[in-house]
Design a protein around this ligand. Structure first.
Ligand code: FAD
Ligand code: NAP
Length: 329
């Protein structure tokens, strides 16, 4: 048999597919909580962590609102704690990315990992979260890694004493601006409306910081610089009679305009809304395909918090356990 032939290789791995009761895709608060519950229910869960083990919270510093940590906790420590708890009950945690799925046969759902290995799962818990959005202007790609970043806590250190801008007006943008203000000389916030979307407590905090300047009703037109970002050209009041261009000198341009749910590979086996959030049935985590459950930010356009993601991870594992006991006893 010619192993160079991709189709034959695929056939062989499908025949030798590893069979599991419960596969968890994703290792954020939703995935780890699902793993804790699934492991304690004897579902012997296998988890694939994806490209960001620990999920979004590994990119942040202080988490003050996750219950059980009265003094707060850093995102990476919180995720290590959740991982340790999932491992304690026997979750098999592996590095790897689900690259395609075939959910057409109940109790024999096929998931391809890293385009090579195939898993056959009786139940699947989708906990793939969400990914940072970009504005879609060409200069974001041109200066990627040379001044453009979507993670202030990861890259802020490189801009100590410099001037930077944060785009967005939500909780993430405000938190990132506050974090950067502690490192940088000056932080501009580029906010497209004249109000924040962020929570009141964060708004109050950011307004008191002297080296943060909020540029209301501004949008980004372009970035410029010789190989690295040296500044941005902004529109003020774009599309109105007052529209004008404004130039700011900056070394770092941080995007904080929200996230896109990581649901693409599961279509058409799940239904999504117009943004891509997976729709689930009623208060359950059931998707339109039997044996497939979704939890966390990938199915939650409203709350998108660590604790709500964890809560829905618990529900997904319980839904999977109940489904299996109904199906196979
Ligand atoms: P995520 O944390 O997004 O994890 C998704 C996981 O899926 C990752 O491990 C990824 O590697 C994996 N994955 C994706 N695709 C695949 C694939 N194809 N195959 C395998 N694995 C895959 N919330 C709070 O409650 N408090 C806070 O203080 C707070 N601070 C935040 C700060 C920042 C900067 C950000 C961005 C968010 C913050 N949030 C906060 C929101 C919180 O991080 C999210 O609500 C939470 O992480 C969602 O958890 P999740 O498990 O659904 O997904
Ligand atoms: P978000 O709440 O969706 O806010 C996105 C922000 O970016 C909004 O201000 C939005 O403007 C702006 N925006 C979107 N597209 C844009 C574009 N093309 N150009 C310019 N601006 C654009 O996203 P988030 O701030 O990342 O928060 C996501 C979730 O995580 C939320 O539920 C949040 O509460 C949670 N979170 C919580 C904490 C915390 O509790 N401490 C910290 C971080 C995140 P408009 O307002 O005009 O739409």
């Amino acid at each position: 048999m010619n192993l160079e032939n991709k189709e034959e290789k695929h056939k062989i791995s499908e025949e030798n597919a590893e069979k599991v009761k419960c596969l968890i895709i994703g290792s954020g608060p939703a995935g780890y909580t699902a793993a804790i519950y699934a492991a304690r229910a004897n579902l012997n869960p296998v988890m694939y962590e994806g490209l960001q083990p620990g999920g979004q919270l590994t990119t942040t510093t202080e988490v003050e609102n996750f219950p059980g940590y009265p003094e707060g906790v850093t995102g990476p420590v919180l995720m290590e704690d959740l991982k340790a708890q999932a491992k304690r009950f026997g979750t098999d945690i592996r590095f790897g990315l689900a690259t395609s799925v075939d959910f057409s046969t109940p109790l024999k759902h096929k998931i391809t990992i890293d385009d090579s290995k195939i898993i056959e799962a009786q139940t699947v818990i989708i906990a793939t979260g969400a990914t940072a959005k970009y504005l879609g202007i060409d200069d974001e790609k041109k200066y990627a890694g040379s001044g453009v970043s979507a993670c202030a806590t990861c890259d802020g250190f490189f801009y100590r004493g410099k001037d930077v801008a944060v785009v967005g007006g939500g909780d993430t943008a405000v938190e990132e601006a506050i974090y950067l203000a502690g490192l940088c000389n000056k932080v501009y916030m580029i906010v497209r409306r004249d109000v924040f979307r962020a929570s009141k407590v964060l708004q109050d905090r950011v307004r008191k910081i002297p080296n943060i300047e909020i540029l209301w009703k501004h949008q980004t037109k372009a970035l410029f610089g010789d190989g690295v970002v040296e500044g941005a050209i902004l529109w003020y009041q774009k599309g109105t009679p007052e529209e004008k261009e404004v130039q700011i000198k900056i070394d770092g341009f941080f995007l904080a305009i929200g996230h896109k749910p990581n649901s693409d590979i599961f279509i058409p086996y799940v239904e999504t809304d117009e943004v891509g959030y997976i729709k689930t049935k009623g208060v359950s985590t059931k998707t339109k395909t039997e044996g497939i459950f979704a939890c966390g930010d990938v199915m939650d356009p409203n709350y998108r918090q660590a604790v709500t993601a964890a809560g829905s991870g618990c529900r997904a594992a319980m839904d999977a356990e109940r489904y299996l006991s109904e199906k196979i006893g």
